[in-house]
Design a protein around this ligand. Structure first.
Ligand SMILES: Cc1cc2nc3c(=O)[nH]c(=O)nc-3n(C[C@H](O)[C@H](O)[C@H](O)COP(=O)(O)OP(=O)(O)OC[C@H]3O[C@@H](n4cnc5c(N)ncnc54)[C@H](O)[C@@H]3O)c2cc1C
Length: 464
């Protein structure tokens, strides 16, 4: 009989106070428990610690530290590079930390570290309130927030981190702390863009705004008209009122309602709109753009509850498909870049592959580059080139397209990328994304995680 003790066996013996579930490779639900959103990521941790609360998180952090095991932290599991899991180590799974507590008087929401945005958006919408999140309801609050948070409400209310008031964390030494402008202000600064480098966030508190029904949806033009549409969009969007967000995109029209049958499977360029206000104000805000371009194939814009827009892409992009993406920040879109977009947009390798260009101006520009680690406050867009397909046989095609698109456009980019939309691209790219804020992050990392226990992320190395 083998006398070797596996980490899962050791954890069961040592962590007697653990309230959640300790899952090892021998358990029947191990394969389900180790899955993440991106099916290209197939990692096999030795132990998945599904925590029931912050005390469990502290126990699991201590276990990984004392046994010298690699440690990953999983919020919503959506990370493209698969940074919510690891091979051979411990995964702290936060999926049971899902409490949501809206305080309509204080206009705040407290959110468990394992929530997804759909749950939060629905809970706050019951009070006619919202905080800026992303564009897909299944994305985790944890990873999206800690990396920044770009979405439909960015131009009006800023990034998600610009609305983060405080957080409760378990540090690498197992100590639980509260980070806010008053308590541990250095840590509070670092977690607003510095990713999961500084501890495990067990709950977040966000500021809420009056957002109930929004006017949203897509306008599509044939992909062949991309150069014309993008040339107008690049001039229009920065001058549009903050109430109007509109990200430029390439898509293939899904062969299903609500899309008219005559455009099913057609490659299109488009703008996905979100206007915070009434229908008349939305139409007025969009008019200068729509009047300057050809008649669209479809203008599917209508009033809808904010969570409905937030989940509009969920059916198209379920968990379990192959994702490969690259990203860049963009300040200007010169004519040469417009031509490259037109070329790659017409050449998307699969039905689900896409390019999105998320606006970063408006309220996101009210915050200075050093106020949070998120240094690209002077960028106007965050672009992501996402190769997506359900079939693993198409992995090479989606990867090649994504990298080719990125490399062709990179000379026209601002340099770094949004860390939440990067693959595992190495230290230089991480530094380029934090620019002048990297050294301050590295000093704070040395205070809170000197041994770099939290390193399965876009890693900030502790300053020596
Ligand atoms: C389909 C899709 C759509 C997306 N749309 C948007 C969008 O609209 N806007 C946007 O900004 N981003 C978007 N993203 C990117 C998204 O922000 C990142 O993938 C993010 O990492 C996901 O967070 P998660 O908690 O789901 O991921 P995970 O894979 O669980 O974690 C990602 C990273 O965050 C860390 N982490 C997560 N939770 C915690 C926590 N509670 N405490 C400490 N560390 C934690 C992990 O350790 C890991 O390093 C999208 C991603 C996908 C796949």
């Amino acid at each position: 009989m083998s006398t070797v003790t596996t980490p899962a066996q050791a954890a069961r013996r040592e962590l007697s106070g653990f309230q959640g579930r300790l899952i090892g490779p021998e358990d029947g639900d191990y394969d389900e428990a180790r899955k993440v959103y991106n099916a290209m990521i197939d990692k096999r941790p030795e132990l998945i610690a599904r925590c029931a609360g912050p005390d469990d998180v502290a126990l699991a952090v201590g276990f990984a530290r004392e046994h010298g095991l690699l440690l990953a932290v999983r919020g919503g599991g959506h990370n493209g590079a698969g940074l919510g899991t690891c091979d051979g180590g411990v995964v702290i799974d936060l999926s049971l930390l899902r409490d949501i507590d809206v305080d309509p008087q204080a206009r705040t929401v407290r959110v468990g570290g394992g929530c997804t945005w759909g749950e939060v958006d629905r809970a706050t919408n019951e009070h006619g309130l919202a905080t800026p999140s992303g564009i897909i309801a299944t994305t985790g609050v944890g990873g999206l927030t800690l990396g920044g948070g770009l979405g439909h409400l960015t131009r009006k209310f800023g990034l998600t981190i610009d609305n983060l008031l405080s957080a409760d964390l378990v540090l690498a030494n197992g100590v639980r702390v509260h980070a806010s402008a008053e308590e541990h202000p250095d840590l509070y600064w670092a977690i607003r863009g510095g990713g999961g480098n500084f501890g495990v966030v067990t709950s977040f508190v966000f500021r809420l705004h009056d957002v109930d029904t929004v006017v949203g949806g897509p306008t599509f033009w044939p992909a062949e008209q991309a150069a014309e549409v993008l040339s107008v969009y690049r001039e229009f969007l920065p001058g549009a009122p903050r109430e109007l967000n509109g990200f430029f995109a390439f898509h293939t029209v899904p062969p299903a309602p609500p899309f008219p049958e005559e455009i099913h499977l057609r490659k299109v360029c488009g703008i996905v709109w979100c206007h915070v206000g009434d229908e008349a104000a939305a139409a007025k805000a969009m008019a200068p753009m729509l009047d300057a371009v050809p008649q669209p194939l479809m203008h599917g814009v209508a009033p809808m509850p904010h969570p409905a827009l937030q989940s509009a892409f969920d059916g198209l992009y379920p968990a379990g498909e192959q994702w490969y993406w690259r990203a860049d920040f963009v300040k200007e879109i010169p004519d040469a870049a417009v031509q490259i977009h037109a070329q790659y947009g017409a050449d998307m390798p699969t039905m689900k592959s896409t390019m999105h260009m998320y606006p970063i101006d408006g309220a996101a520009h009210d915050v200075d580059a050093a106020d949070t680690p998120w240094s690209y406050r002077d960028a106007r867009w965050g672009s992501v080139f996402a190769g997506v397909d359900p079939d693993p046989a198409n992995v090479d095609a989606i990867r090649d397209w994504s990298i080719g698109y990125f490399e062709a456009l990179h000379p026209h980019s601002a340099g770094g990328a949004y860390v939440n939309m990067m693959m595992d691209e190495g230290q230089e790219r991480v530094r380029a994304s934090y620019r002048g804020n990297y050294d301050r992050l590295a000093r704070i990392k040395a205070t809170y995680d000197p041994d770099n226990l939290f390193r399965v992320n876009q890693n900030i190395e502790p300053q020596a």
